[in-house]
Every structure is written in C-alpha cells, then in structure tokens.
Ligand binder design. Structure first.
Ligand code: SF4
Ligand code: SF4
Length: 429
C-alpha cells in the first residue's frame, strides 16, 4: 500500500462504523455528558456527513464536537471495526482550523506562548493567567511555574555517574527531550529525570534548541505549527552521538511516536529524519526496561518515610503493545512498575477504573468546566483508594490532577508528583 492510499484508508475508515456503540462507555466526554454529540460514534457520524455533503451542517457545531475530543485514544482501542477515530478527528480539526480561537482568547495566547522558544513568554503568560482575577475572568486553570526553566540557552552534557573508566561496559548515551511544560513549568521533573538516568550509568545530552512537541497545535488543527515544531526538535537532536532520546512526558511520547509518523507524509521536508527521530524516542519507563534487558542493575532507593500512592496511568501511556508484567507493580501500572519496584517504602494502591484525568492538552483550557467534570470523576476513584499521594507521568495529567479547586475541599488536597521525582528522591535519601 502506498503512503497516500494508507492515509486515505484512515480518512475513509468512517465507512467501517456499524454504530455498535462499543466506543461509548470508554469515552470520557460521552461519559460525563451522556450526549452522542460528544461521543466517538457521534463524531464519526458528523465527519461522514460533513465529508459526503449529505446535509448542510452548522460548522461551529461540528467544530465544537471535534474540539471537545481529548485525543485520548480509548475509543480506538475498543473499536472492533478498525475505525481510525483519532485520525478522522485530527483530520477534521485540521479542516476546521480556519474557525480557530479568537486571537485574544486564553487558548490562542497559550498556543503562542508554547511556540515561543524563549521560555520567559510561556512563564509570564501562565503567571498572568494564574492571577486570581484573571483566572476568574477567563474561567481557566493555569499552573504556577516552579521557578527557573530547566534549559536556559545552552546545550548540556551530563556524564554518567560511576562510568566505567576501564571501558569494560559499553557507554549508554541518551538525549533528553523535556517538552515545554517539564522545561518551563515543572523543571524539577526534568532534573529528576536526568539525575535518575545518570545515576544508572547513562550519559545524557540536552540540546537547548528543542521546544514544544506540537501536540497542543495539532489538537487545535494547526498542522503547520505542528510540523514546524517537529522539524525544530528533529534538528535539535540531529547528528548527535546518541542511541536513544528519552522523554518523561506521556503526551510528548504520544505526539512524537504516533503523530509525527502519521501526520508527516513522504513529500514533506525532513520526512525520513522525522521518522528516525520518532523511532529513537522512548518514554522513560520503556527505556528503563531496555536498560534492564541490557544488563544494567537499576539502582534501588529508599524513601525516608513509608508512603502510599495511586499511580494515574496517562491515556497516552496505557497498554503499550507487547509488554508483559513481571511484578505486582507492573501488572498495576505497566512498565512504570519497574521503577515503582525500586523505591523501598512506596506502596502502590490500585485504581478501580483508571479513568481519564480530563486534560487532553488544549481541551482543559478551551473547555474548562467540561474538563473539570471528567477530573471530578477521576477524583472519585482516587478518593475511594484513599492514598496519600497521586503519582503519574504526563505533564497534562499533572495540570489537571493538581487543579483540585472546586473538586476536593482544600483540607483534603492530595499532593501530585511524577513517579520519577519519587525515584530520584529515594536515591538521595
Ligand atoms: S466502536 Fe467503532 S464501529 Fe462501533 S460505533 Fe464506535 S466507531 Fe463505530
Ligand atoms: S479520542 Fe477519547 S475523547 Fe476523543 S472520541 Fe475517542 S474516547 Fe472520546
């Protein structure tokens, strides 16, 4: 099959929909609205109608149905007829891009800030948006940046600790892709990732010129900015002597591993470099599995005080193909369980359903109240597990799970952390 035939097969896959409704119970937006308009099946039906001109549709209504899709991928996994729902929705979002946000809206300003390489703009935009009055007026949530950005204008090279000077063990060289949020908003997660890697004998290269992975843009239908950002990242890591590129953000790995190959085509500039970059990029948990297979003895740490936690599996991380669990923690949270096993003093509690957190990139900014309803449902299962901490591994999930205003009472607030930060801390304590 040629590339374009393949793309067309994806676009026309709406013809495979038999309206069985299997995708309905897994869709977060359908679950809280119980409205077909916000369901995978409803969206597929709208796209088919729009594409075949069966009847005129109100563009703003179709745009709303598409813009409320979180691109969580849950529907694709259960569809028995191989309807490529996400591809269809992304394609429709691109088609409708001309009906984009008002340029003075919070979402338009956020997108501008994310595209900006000087992180100062991103930080200032989010700081302004988190002023209570502005926040109240815009009815949007914005996290507070933790402090100085992780990358600041120059490349970094971190030497592996305990590197084998005798050269007996082959050096493992990795690049680190921080993503804009773990660089500008939660820089501690980037430094915890790098320190966990170097303590396990990996040397790490961090290029200054990397930027946003592009997910907020493609989820807004802006394919041009998405491709520009992808090429910028490819160039930042190009010709560097590294075997792997690691990210600690599930949404970045979804964007780079899944969307870069599906949304670039062979006529695009840098197509083969984009594919190579995509193949080289691994989420942090898959990388630790590889290290273990390569015979690295992954270090064990210990927390000062015993603690329990739930791990929220980001939609973009769940069900990695071909993974076989070998411990309780792995059967609970997939590959991330390998690192949970290495933290003495951490006890993971199960979540009943592992519902979506309601973030969905720009969904949480554009449709804050809708998003909060999905987050509320998430907190019901978290509260049922009654854990002291929430752990996860995605920048978007961290936003939504930290935004407990209006969901939990302040005194009930549960701290949210990245599992890699717990691991890094356990290695120091
Ligand atoms: S599961 Fe697939 S075939 Fe069934 S309604 Fe949903 S999209 Fe259509
Ligand atoms: S990708 Fe997620 S939000 Fe979008 S239609 Fe599918 S299940 Fe619903």
């Amino acid at each position: 099959m040629q590339e374009n035939d393949f793309l067309n097969a994806g676009i026309k896959s709406y013809l495979n929909c038999v309206h069985c409704g299997k995708c309905l119970p897994v869709c977060p937006t359908y679950n809280v609205s119980l409205n077909e308009f916000y369901s995978p099946r409803g969206r597929v039906r709208l796209i088919l109608t729009d594409d075949t001109d069966v009847m005129p549709l109100k563009v703003s209504k179709v745009a709303e149905a598409m813009s409320t899709c979180l691109l969580c991928g849950r529907c694709v996994k259960v569809c028995p007829n191989d309807v490529r729902i996400e591809d269809l929705i992304i394609n429709e979002k691109i088609k409708l891009n001309k009906f984009r946000d008002n340029k003075f809206s919070v979402s338009a300003i956020t997108l501008k800030a994310l595209k900006n390489k000087r992180k100062i703009l991103l930080k200032s935009a989010l700081k302004i948006a988190s002023i209570p009055l502005v926040n109240q007026l815009s009815r949007r949530f914005a996290p507070n940046p933790q402090g100085k950005a992780f990358i600041s204008g120059r490349d970094y090279r971190f030497k592996a600790e305990g590197a084998d000077a005798s050269g007996k063990r082959e050096e493992i060289k990795a690049g680190y892709f921080s993503g804009c949020v773990f660089n500008g908003i939660y820089p501690q997660i980037s430094s915890d990732t790098v320190s966990s890697l170097i303590k396990n004998g990996v040397s790490v290269f961090v290029p200054a010129n990397q930027g946003c992975c592009g997910l907020p843009f493609i989820s807004s239908g802006d394919i041009k900015s998405f491709k520009d950002l992808a090429l910028n990242n490819v160039n930042a890591f190009k010709d560097k002597d590294i075997d792997y590129i690691i990210t600690s953000c599930a949404s970045c790995s979804y964007s780079i591993n899944s969307l870069y190959p599906s949304d670039f085509n062979e006529n695009d500039e840098g197509y083969s470099e984009v594919l190579n970059f995509s193949k080289k990029l691994l989420n942090i948990w898959s990388f630790f599995k590889i290290l273990e297979k390569r015979g690295v003895n992954i270090k064990t740490g210990k927390l000062k005080k015993d603690t329990d936690a739930v791990f929220h599996i980001p939609c973009h991380l769940s069900n990695l193909p071909g993974f076989k669990p070998s411990s309780y923690n792995e059967s609970l949270i997939g590959e991330a369980g390998l690192i949970a096993d290495k933290i003495n003093g951490l006890k993971l509690k199960p979540l009943k359903h592992n519902y979506c957190c309601g973030n969905g990139g720009m969904f949480n900014i554009r449709h804050y109240d809708f998003s909060k309803e999905i987050t509320r449902r998430k907190f019901e299962e978290i509260k049922e597990a009654s854990a002291q901490n929430i752990l996860t591994s995605c920048s978007g999930c961290m936003f939504s799970l930290s935004d407990q205003r209006g969901i939990l009472k302040e005194k009930d607030a549960i701290p949210v952390n990245h599992l890699i930060s717990f691991y890094a801390r356990s290695l120091k304590e």
